[in-house]
Design a binder for this molecule. Structure first.
Ligand code: SF4
Length: 199
């Protein structure tokens, strides 16, 4: 039995943005944790990253108004940013993700296959880190995040061999002290399963 087959991706909880820093450490898969960290450190995230992370946040139960508040708070910390620029450059896209603009489609968060296959250029931090990060950088990141050397070795080996989803699963088992037996196909499924263990 793989719980991955149930494919629950929408969180049943509403998630306040004040919890995101903690949740990024306890319940985010590495792809989303890295984007959150990058945004908090640099107050910036390129276009595709904002779309990927923004839809993930929608999936974990961040409301549209909270999402606007979250992005605004972070992006406005950058010197060359102001309310007017935020409204012109970013607001539309956030509302668009929630189906309130443009074609008004209720977009779903992206799954692992898309994140793994999406091209990632220099200076961009979206996509799947097991596929897109070089091994040294990945090793450093895992050790910064206090993953044991043995688990780091196993995760990077799986990533190097192209088993990105298995690397992600191993990261879950390591950070949640869980036995093997899961498989993730979606970052939001990872999140939902993590919360189910922690609640
Ligand atoms: Fe994110 Fe999926 Fe890659 Fe895990 S396997 S880091 S959830 S894209």
């Amino acid at each position: 039995y793989f719980s991955g087959m149930t494919k629950v991706i929408w969180s049943s909880e509403t998630t306040p943005i004040s919890m995101l820093d903690d949740l990024s450490q306890s319940s985010y898969p590495l792809c989303m944790r890295i984007m959150h960290e990058h945004l908090k450190t640099n107050h910036h995230l390129r276009n595709v990253g904002r779309m990927q992370y923004g839809l993930f946040l929608k999936g974990i139960g961040v409301t549209m108004d909270d999402s606007i508040e979250f992005w605004k708070r972070e992006l406005l910390k950058k010197e060359d940013m102001n309310d007017d620029k935020f409204n012109k450059q970013y607001l539309y896209h956030i509302k668009y993700n929630y189906g309130k603009m443009g074609r008004r489609v209720n977009y779903s968060p992206y799954g692992c296959n898309k994140l793994i296959l999406d091209p990632v250029g220099p200076g961009e931090v979206h996509g799947c880190p097991y596929k897109h990060m070089d091994v040294d950088e990945l090793t450093k990141k895992l050790s910064d995040f206090k993953i044991s050397p043995a688990d780091t070795g196993e995760i990077t080996r799986l990533a190097r061999e192209g088993h990105y989803i298995l690397a992600c699963t191993k990261y879950f088992e390591s950070t949640h002290k869980q036995p093997p037996g899961r498989m993730f196909m979606h970052p939001n499924q990872y999140y939902v399963e993590s919360r189910a263990i922690q609640n």
